[in-house]
Design a protein around this ligand. Structure first.
Ligand code: ATP
Ligand code: MG
Length: 418
């Protein structure tokens, strides 16, 4: 992508009403556009980051044998009444609307109910189980507070996965596989080091649920971490019982701020019973399906990455989430410099490297400041000076030192192999 073609621009200041660091930087760098409090649009660069994050999650969910669908935003009131979650007193994030004939509908903030009812059409026998289904779908939630930038918005894409099992044993096995898959997702996206499996309240069915909490000052939750065991306890369930179960003592735990990037939940039969999702077991006996639900917020991950990695110059992307891998800077507009930079751009693209090419006629100061703000992993600079040595200057974002690399050798595969 050439910067002269990209419609977005960097800017010096974030909007005055934007207080979250992640949104301030992402707006300044032209990754997102703020429409209203808690409502952000993804611009080309931001969308690429989201797609990278989503691709990693999708790969790990498919590796579980799960199948992808897209459910709808419009949801029937009756379904939610059957599990007693239609009332605003029961669920405080509902957006609701009405059809022309006055029928009330809800705008999906989650999909357990709808998914359970849909699966009645496909599950009737033990032979139809186990199954799991996932989606990336836009949830609408009337969140009270929306001060954390893209980490808490009123409209956001969620990866939600639902599992359907014959019994608790089968459920537990899948649950622990998802737990491992989640750990891989966060490792691959560069936040594994700070992300803790966290014991949280389990709701009506299970004793605990598990959250994946990433330590960050920007987080809204307080958790108690045991760094040695790499586990944490959410403040809502911090008590002697859970500490004993985990084999930890209070003085070994450190209180930190964290953001929930994902969670996994044993639903038991709390959805299948009221909504009538049953199957005939091997003896022909009718039983309710045992279910689980598993969420991840790709945009919240994006926000957490920004919060954890950014420095005083701007964004810093781990390779797996970066919109492009190389920020190619052309300094000067002499014919030979333009030719050399164009050639390198083409060569890198031919090699399959994702390149953002700053082909604008701007000063070195402006171009380098923008490169730092945009935060791509590798910056390559072609100028009269580097051409005098038949070279390109290569600098990793976050490194102070740049290295020179011969032009005919410059390929992304070489970067980093000092
Ligand atoms: P929280 O306690 O932070 O409100 P939650 O328990 O409501 O989260 P879930 O309903 O389980 O979250 O959603 C699954 C995942 O979706 C969360 O782990 C988080 O990553 C993401 N998520 C939840 N709410 C939002 C939001 N308002 N904006 C962006 N991402 C969100
Ligand atoms: Mg919530």
């Amino acid at each position: 992508m050439r910067l002269t073609q990209l419609f977005t621009k960097t800017r010096h200041n974030a909007p005055k009403d934007e207080t979250a660091k992640n949104a301030q930087l992402l707006i300044r760098a032209g990754y997102i556009y703020k429409d209203a409090a808690g409502v952000y649009a993804m611009l080309p660069l931001g969308l690429r980051v989201m797609e990278k994050i989503i691709a990693v999650i999708r790969e790990e969910m498919k590796a579980l044998g799960s199948q992808e669908v897209t459910m709808t935003t419009l949801q029937r009131k009756e379904l939610w009444e059957q599990t007693d979650r239609w009332d605003d007193d029961k669920v405080d994030v509902w957006f609701k609307s009405k059809l022309k004939n006055d029928t009330e509908v809800g705008l999906g903030w989650s999909h357990e109910e709808q998914m359970t009812v849909m699966m009645r059409d496909f599950i009737s026998s033990y032979r139809d189980l186990p199954r799991s289904v996932f989606q990336f779908q836009t949830k609408l939630r009337n969140e009270t507070r929306a001060k954390s930038g893209i980490m808490r918005t009123r409209e956001f894409v969620m990866k939600d996965l639902y599992s359907f099992s014959r019994d608790d044993k089968e459920h537990d096995k899948f649950y622990s596989e998802v737990q491992k898959a989640y750990t891989r997702v966060f490792d691959r996206l560069g936040i594994g080091e700070w992300t803790y499996l966290t014991y949280a309240s389990g709701g009506a069915f299970a004793k605990y649920s598990h959250e994946f909490q990433t330590i960050t000052e920007a987080g809204e939750d307080t958790i108690y971490v045991h760094k040695g065991k790499k586990v944490a306890i959410n403040e809502e369930v911090l008590n002697d019982e859970v500490m004993k179960e985990l084999g930890v003592t209070r003085d070994e735990l450190e209180e930190v701020k964290a953001a929930e990037v994902g969670n996994i939940f044993n639903l038991g039969t709390t959805k299948s019973e009221p909504l009538g999702l049953t199957f005939a077991d091997e003896e022909g006996k009718t039983k309710p399906v045992v279910m689980g639900s598993y969420g991840i917020g790709p945009a919240r991950i994006m926000g957490v990455i920004v919060e954890r990695y950014a420095d005083d110059k701007g964004l810093v992307w781990p390779a797996a989430a970066a919109p492009y891998q190389v920020h190619l800077v052309r300094l000067g507009s002499d014919d030979d410099v333009i030719a050399a930079a164009d050639k390198l751009y083409k060569k890198l693209e031919d090699d399959g490297v994702e390149v953002l090419y700053d082909d604008r006629d701007e000063s070195a100061g402006t171009k380098f400041a923008d490169a730092d703000l945009l935060g791509l992993p590798v910056r390559m600079t072609v100028s009269k000076k580097t051409l005098a040595e038949d070279s390109v200057e290569v600098k990793k974002r976050g490194d102070d030192e740049a290295v020179m690399m011969k032009l005919d050798k410059a390929s992304f595969g070489l970067v980093g192999k000092e």
